[in-house]
Design a protein around this ligand. Structure first.
Ligand code: G3I
Length: 475
């Protein structure tokens, strides 16, 4: 059973990140729209999301690199340093130095960390490549347990399993030594990760899963639906989104994100790069994420083109000399102009076990805005609305938090649950209490909400929701 969700970096880190986002927002109040931000991370935070990048540990001594990293991003993924070959080079001899360096760099500057990756057919150390059967299964589970335990409390999300499905039209699992240990290896890995770090979000991560019509996308979707129906502890799906001429961005990408989200998982864009870095395509990707309430954030796979695993395709947001490309401007503009719609785009398929929501979507009118310079952040208050999806014996509640006439720098929502209702599972908020009066506070990435803007969290519970009346307080 998953417990707390999205437990992010420390409160100190939250304060740092919040201060950065807030400062950016406030500095612009006099000259620009209230929601405008000047960096990717701050602007994403204003939309209740993060903006991250892959970091190569050996580049942390490059000041041009760290200047951009520290200024622009609020989420970090180790590009190679948390992989199996790096963390367990010899069986049962764990090596965390390079990964710890990245984690410390990030967290000491208020950035959160995504873990990548615990179980993968690739980048296995030699000893693991040569194993099979029960011995490999046990070695894999031990690796998941040890590494997730080491980073417990430091990593907000794990790519527990990476790239386990085959390309092409088969919709089959990828053949690998791990797959040959039995089809249940993926769920076994998730259960081990859950036991080791109950607070991290546990994600399945893959590439070529962006096009909703592709067999691989459908195969992953079916696995996630199956996991959710059987209680396998999965919280999120990562879409690597390496777009290139052979595997281009497609307009049904938003449908893909919203359809997965409708299964009851968060979705994250985890390794974004786009051959040629079309500003239009980058903007579309950002708009698609903003349109899906459970799209938590976007990570680009490197900072400058010269940092990319596909450098010759110049797929990133910064030139090799560190200057911003048109794609950067497009992403920042999309983050600043984008609004979160009241509901996610309708999925093209409906999870089989869920009934239609028993309450209408939130109808909160846009708040009237006071001049931002005269109302200190948080003092404009907030409202909360709830949408309930009830079935016999349980329900899912999605709660929308909307800032009033000034930006929020943290929020608390109180929800009274009827007798017999018990929260079993939650996401995108910290929780106090699981029966009766429950209190919910923001996590690191969704505490800063621009005036009139919204963010969401949710929970699953046993029992009957009845009529829920959430209240919201700033701070
Ligand atoms: O560090 C060694 C160096 O000592 C040696 O001289 C050199 C010679 O080849 O290799 C260096 O290691 C390379 C490493 O990147 C660090 O640069 C490896 O060969 C190379 O294979 C490795 O590539 C990484 C690749 O994953 C391996 O699968 C890329 O950096 C990394 O960006 C890429 O990331 C993956 C994600 O994990 C999963 N999704 C796809 C994505 C792109 O392939």
């Amino acid at each position: 059973m998953r417990r707390t969700k999205w437990k992010a970096a420390s409160r100190a880190a939250l304060a740092l990140a919040g201060a950065g986002a807030l400062a950016a927002g406030m500095a612009l109040f006099a000259t620009a729209p209230a929601s405008a931000g000047t960096t990717l991370g701050a602007s994403a935070a204003e939309k209740g999301r993060y903006f991250g990048t892959a970091v190569a540990g050996f580049k942390l001594s490059d000041s041009a690199y760290t200047t951009i990293l520290n200024r622009e991003f609020n989420m970090v993924t180790a590009e190679n340093e948390m992989k199996i070959d790096a963390t367990e080079p010899q069986q049962n001899q764990f090596s965390y130095g390079a990964a710890d360096q990245i984690v410390n760099h990030a967290r000491s500057r208020g950035m959160s960390v995504r873990g990548h990756t615990l179980a993968w057919h690739s980048q296995q150390p030699g000893w693991m490549q040569n194993m099979s059967g029960t011995a490999l299964r046990q070695a894999m589970l031990n690796h998941v347990t040890q590494v997730a335990t080491h980073f417990r409390g430091q990593v907000v999300a794990w790519d527990v399993v990476n790239e386990a499905f085959a390309d092409g039209s088969s919709g089959a699992r990828r053949d690998s030594n791990l797959q040959r240990t039995g089809n249940d290896w993926i769920e076994a890995a998730f259960r081990a990760a859950d036991a080791a770090d109950p607070n991290a979000k546990l994600c399945y991560n893959d590439y070529n899963t962006d096009n909703w019509t592709h067999a691989k996308t459908q195969a992953v979707y079916n696995m996630v639906r199956d996991f959710k129906s059987r209680g396998v502890p999965i919280d999120c799906v990562g879409f690597q989104s390496h777009f290139n001429n052979d595997s281009p961005y497609v307009s049904n990408y938003r449908t893909t994100l919203s359809s997965f989200a409708a299964l009851g998982v968060d979705v994250q864009i985890t390794e974004l790069d786009i051959q040629g870095a079309s500003a239009t395509t980058y903007r579309s990707v950002v708009e698609d994420c903003l349109a899906v309430a459970r799209c938590n954030g976007i990570t680009v796979w490197g900072i400058r083109d010269s940092d990319s695993w596909r450098a010759s395709q110049t797929p990133l947001l910064f030139n090799s000399n560190g200057s911003k490309k048109p794609a950067y401007d497009a992403v920042l503009a999309a983050l600043n102009n984008g609004t979160t719609p009241p509901t996610t785009a309708p999925p093209t398929t409906v999870p089989p076990t869920t009934a239609p929501p028993t309450t209408a979507p939130p109808t909160t009118a846009p708040p009237t805005t006071a001049p931002p310079t005269t109302t200190p952040p948080g003092q404009g208050g907030c409202t909360a609305t709830v949408t309930v999806n009830q079935w016999t014996g349980g329900f899912v509640a999605n709660v929308r938090v909307t800032a009033g006439s000034s930006a929020l720098n943290g929020w608390t929502v109180t929800i009274g649950l009827p007798s017999g209702a018990t929260v079993t599972n939650a996401w995108s908020a910290n929780r106090s209490g699981n029966t009766g009066t429950t209190n919910w506070t923001n996590v690191a990435y969704n505490g800063q909400v621009g005036a009139g803007q919204s963010t969401e969290f949710g929970f699953q519970a046993n029992g009957t929701a009845g009529s829920l009346s959430p209240t919201c307080a700033a701070g």
